[in-house]
Design a protein around this ligand. Structure first.
Ligand code: SF4
Ligand code: SF4
Length: 128
């Protein structure tokens, strides 16, 4: 897939219209994982709208999203930043060899309070 195809696929997977974003930043203001994210929720939306695939794929932030949907609930424009983040994460995983993710690609400390069972389940899921 070329760059535009990957971007189009991320837009499709996200299930949201990033062009509706008015860059208010309210989604990031509500995000409980904000401090840990090198790319903030509103930036995921903006980077996708602007076609900045490298910025999206280089991010480590999609590992920190809790999928709590607070950003989705907060958005006054009906945009779903969580959908974008999940779409980028899925795309990253699918672009790994054998459709899996290497253990070394996962940050050593995701969050000290994250249950070990969750990490093991995610590792199994992403290595199918
Ligand atoms: S779904 Fe992810 S990006 Fe959105 S508020 Fe929750 S942790 Fe933050
Ligand atoms: S809350 Fe909605 S409109 Fe505001 S920056 Fe986030 S995605 Fe864009």
């Amino acid at each position: 897939m070329n760059k535009q195809d990957i971007l189009d696929n991320i837009k499709l997977l996200s299930g949201t219209d990033v062009k509706k974003c008015m860059k208010c930043g309210k989604c990031s203001g509500r995000c409980p994982a904000y401090k840990e994210m090198d790319v903030k929720p509103h930036q995921f939306v903006n980077y996708l709208a602007e076609g900045k695939l490298d910025k999206l794929m280089e991010s480590k932030a999609f590992w920190y999203c809790l999928s709590c949907m607070a950003c989705v609930e907060r958005c006054p424009r009906g945009v779903a930043p969580q959908g974008v983040i999940e779409a980028v994460r899925s795309t990253f995983v699918r672009m790994q060899d054998n459709n899996g993710v290497k253990a070394e690609d996962i940050p050593p400390i995701v969050d000290e309070t994250v249950p070990q069972q969750l990490l093991v389940s995610a590792y199994r899921k992403y290595n199918k």
